[in-house]
Design a binder for this molecule. Sequence first.
Ligand code: 5AD
Ligand code: SF4
Length: 525
Amino acid sequence: MNEKQRLESQQINQKSSADVKSDANDNLDRLKNMSSDELISRYFQTTYEPPNMRKAKKRLKKDVDIHYDFDIPLEMRAIGKGKKFLIRTYGCQMNEHDTEVMAGILTQMGYTPTEDTNDADIILLNTCAIRENAENKVFGELGHLKPLKLENPDLILGVCGCMSQEESVVNRILKKHPFVDLIFGTHNIHRLPQLINEAMFGKEMVVEVWSKEGDIIENLPKQRKGKIKAWVNIMYGCDKFCTYCIVPYTRGKERSRMPEDIIQEVRHLAAQGYKEITLLGQNVNAYGKDLEFEYGLGDLMEEISKIDIPRVRFTTSHPRDFDDRLIEVLAKGGNLLDHIHLPVQSGSSDILRVMARRYTRESYLELVRKIREAMPNATLTTDIIVGFPNETDEQFEETMTLVEEVGFESAYTFIYSPREGTPSARWEDNIPMEVKKERLQRLNALVNKQSAEAMKKYQGETVKVLVEGESKKDPDVLSGYTERNKLVNFKGPKSVIGEIVEVKITNTKTWTLDGEMVESAVEVK
Ligand code: 5AD
Ligand code: SF4
């Protein structure tokens, strides 16, 4: 776009709120009568390739391009000067980290952050598609933001993240929320400067969603949330295709970052004084499978254990790929913490088979046995889905007994949510929602009981706490996590925020511990 065109489109864009309202209503009338294909060809200003389920399974492992040349074009570096951005994040740590990248890009474009929607010049909703209620929250939020957009036509409202990778969501936004300016997918984050530029100066909704997910962009800027803990992506995507899960379609194929790029990032974080890193991936145990040389998560963790950073965590594991090499490396301890989040999903081998998890109850228990043998003090936590299509009472009971047998200290528990496009969403389901809810309640009661029991064992013990800041409920109380990921509240001087301190536990609750700082034992790393 040349300068003249830009000025013209800028003028077009500077509409009054009355114009915007009537435009939105006109749009709505036109859109209601259009088919999906018409919508796509009429309204997708750039590229739109909805993920194709059949093609997704055939994707090739090897064609990953790594780019080290991300740059914000000169003319876009001051676009945000004097302007503010707000990003609302839904869902997992991966999304939280993507938000940090987007915040980094926006900062380099001159924007500054705000928490106040009324103050923001750009609002992005970084969405999650894992369950229906996650999506409903986003549509609810769009409804709340509509009046703001109508009052302030210059506001740029964008939807990104996993929901934008779904064709049905994009169509729904086009039809029901035409005031949205920008939709972009999980593979298009590095294009944010160009997309904002188009949304600012163009007239139509900008939609850019790619199903091609081959690339890794290495040198994206990041505005990290805090200076104590940091996330580090080690891989992107997932090739497991569990039958209920939308992630392999929204996040694309598994692709690992090069070990040296990860190690360099961790070294840099250590040099900046970060105390804890969490290595991130949808299925971190598959790390390295797509590399052209023999290298796995165990090898990577061994390298990282040599870096001078006090705490290293990783998430999320898949039991199928959790190998002996990793157990051997984790067992050495050091900065590798012995908390393992190992999603089991169900305790019934039959349900696991239809979920396509590729392990059985027995092989999961065998893995737990090996982990415990190598790391007797390891804490195990998990994810569980109840009410998978046609899950019988007996199959659910198997989940209950597995939870007891393993002794999970906490669990994220979910009622199965059919996701359009996944295999299980097409299956008939004879289990009423009432039954599913009862099962969830029983499971939660058991998990809570086990959590409280695990907490009681800490009474009178001294634990190491990485102090993150003031507690949410009481500014006079500090809080932080133990090595095994237990939240501890205690009184102490603000000067220890960001340090690892020793705390003696004086009281235990279901999910948290209370304690007193052991004054003399401040460990400054
Ligand atoms: N319904 C319910 N829970 C799901 N999860 C993933 N997909 C679904 C679904 N369709 C859960 C799994 C996973 C966690 C991140 O979310 O337990 O481990
Ligand atoms: Fe989804 Fe995890 Fe299964 Fe991948 S391994 S498909 S992210 S549940």
